[in-house]
Design a protein around this ligand. Structure first.
Ligand code: HEM
Length: 419
């Protein structure tokens, strides 16, 4: 159900970047904000649909199209100059989500998070942001109900939730309760947890394309074999075709998540007195867990096996570090092996990675996160060559809810017309 939605919004991104390349006459431009807006469109359309007005990328596209002649005449003579496009305001929904994301990460770094949120939630900007997003969710529910009651097909996550409630209410002979916070809040959670994380992973992936053009070529060539009909017919692979995986792309994505993990650590609370590697930790202690570092993308730390708990010793994974294969190096091939017929396959069990955390608190959007990355990276590589510009390259990162590149300056050229 999600794949066609993500495919649609990715096609808009392709059109948008083609327009930008055309208007800038092939000059490089920064795509960091575009990626954030694209990820918002993707998560919105998967969660509750974008509606006929489209998303933030469509807004920008309309804006640039209207200013087309003005922009084209303003292009500087130097083809290496980074081109800046006139900005258009983000939609009220994306601006609202930004306010929420900002509050959430500030809560992490405050000494008294509960007190901080209590005060912060009284700020007019925060109240307005909540009202904007909850109002939009309520309006999408109102639109979906008559369609679904009339046996319409669910098109997004929200539709499924509503459909289930309509069916349950009909069975119990009662009116469906559709303003229940148990419907609204998880959809809200979907947006907050799925936007910055997907956007950060996508930015890191683009950065790795720029840094490792050999990876771009290898994956693109391999994609043209996996989706051979599409390549023969000189068209994009469809959402249905993209169900088939490509080992090199899967390995690239896994390696980006291992080495450029967007959520670098999480915090949990001990529910009872416990012992970790011989150290007693009392109940109700806040514990930071690293999703990067030793054993994951750094050499492991030597641990005396006898101080591990019995359960840890019984359930030792087959491979618990990358020490013998350069853990700090970006090497997607670490995730590849040959199967019995000698075919190269992707194998996620070849070593540890924790980008989505694990256990009860682990990411429940993991499948959607992977799906989005697979679709968008396939269609981007299929359509464009990503080149590192000669000027203005910045490898700076920002650190908030996620760690991600601050800027992502790229130069694009067409790959869909390659011989
Ligand atoms: C590549 C993209 C993603 C990454 C790297 C990622 C990473 C994570 C991590 C590390 C956690 C654990 C947080 C914690 O324990 O405090 C988490 C939780 C979660 N994620 Fe994701 N995520 C991604 C995409 C998504 C998407 C697309 C969704 C939307 C459905 C989503 C929804 C959630 C939710 C609802 C939680 C649970 C939050 C909680 O209960 O504390 N994630 N994610």
């Amino acid at each position: 159900m999600n794949a066609p939605r993500i495919h649609d919004v990715t096609c808009e991104l392709l059109d948008f970047w083609r327009l930008k390349t055309q208007l800038s006459k092939g000059r490089p431009f920064d795509v960091a904000e575009d990626v954030s807006q694209f990820s918002f469109d993707a998560i919105m359309s998967a969660a509750m649909g974008l509606g006929p007005e489209g998303g933030d990328i469509r807004r920008q596209m309309d804006h640039l199209t209207a200013l087309r002649s003005k922009i084209a005449s303003s292009a500087a003579a130097d083809l290496n100059e980074i081109f800046s496009f006139p900005a258009v305001e983000r939609s009220a929904k994306l601006e609202a989500l930004r306010v929420n994301e900002d509050s959430l990460w500030k809560g992490f770094v405050m000494p008294w998070p509960t007190l901080y949120h209590r005060i912060n939630n009284m700020r007019p900007a925060v109240r307005k942001a909540g009202a904007t997003l909850r109002g939009y969710i309520a309006s999408q529910i109102a639109k979906a109900v008559p369609r679904l009651a009339d046996d319409g097909q669910p098109l997004c996550a929200l539709d499924y939730v509503i459909q289930r409630e309509i069916k349950a209410a009909s069975k119990e002979n009662r009116t469906p309760v559709l303003d229940d916070p148990r419907i609204l809040e998880p959809i809200y959670g979907y947006l907050i947890a799925g936007h910055d994380t997907s956007s950060g992973s996508l930015l890191w992936s683009l950065r790795r394309f720029l840094e490792h053009p050999d990876n771009q070529t290898r994956i693109r060539d391999s994609l043209r074999q996996t989706y051979a009909d599409a390549w023969l017919e000189r068209r994009l692979p469809t959402a249905a075709e993209l169900v088939r995986h490509n080992a090199y792309l899967d390995a690239f994505i896994e390696e980006v998540l291992r080495i450029d993990t967007p959520v670098v650590n999480i915090m949990v609370m001990t529910r009872m007195d416990t012992v970790v590697l011989g150290y007693p930790v009392p109940a109700d202690t806040r514990v930071f867990l690293n999703l990067t570092g030793s054993s994951l993308n750094r050499p492991s730390v030597v641990v005396d096996e006898s101080i591990r708990s019995d359960t840890s010793q019984t359930h030792r994974p087959s491979r618990e570090n990358w020490d013998d294969s350069n853990p700090t190096e970006f090497l997607p091939e670490r995730w590849l092996r040959k199967d019995q017929e000698g075919k190269v396959i992707f194998d996620a069990s070849l070593g540890p990675a924790l980008a989505f955390s694990a256990g009860n608190r682990g990411c429940w959007g993991k499948r959607l996160g992977y799906l989005e990355l697979r679709i968008v990276l396939t269609l981007l590589l299929w359509s464009f060559h990503f080149e590192l510009p000669e000027k203005g390259v910045s490898w700076e990162t920002f650190d908030s809810l996620v760690v991600a590149p601050k800027k992502c300056i790229i130069r694009l050229s067409e790959a869909s017309r390659d011989a």
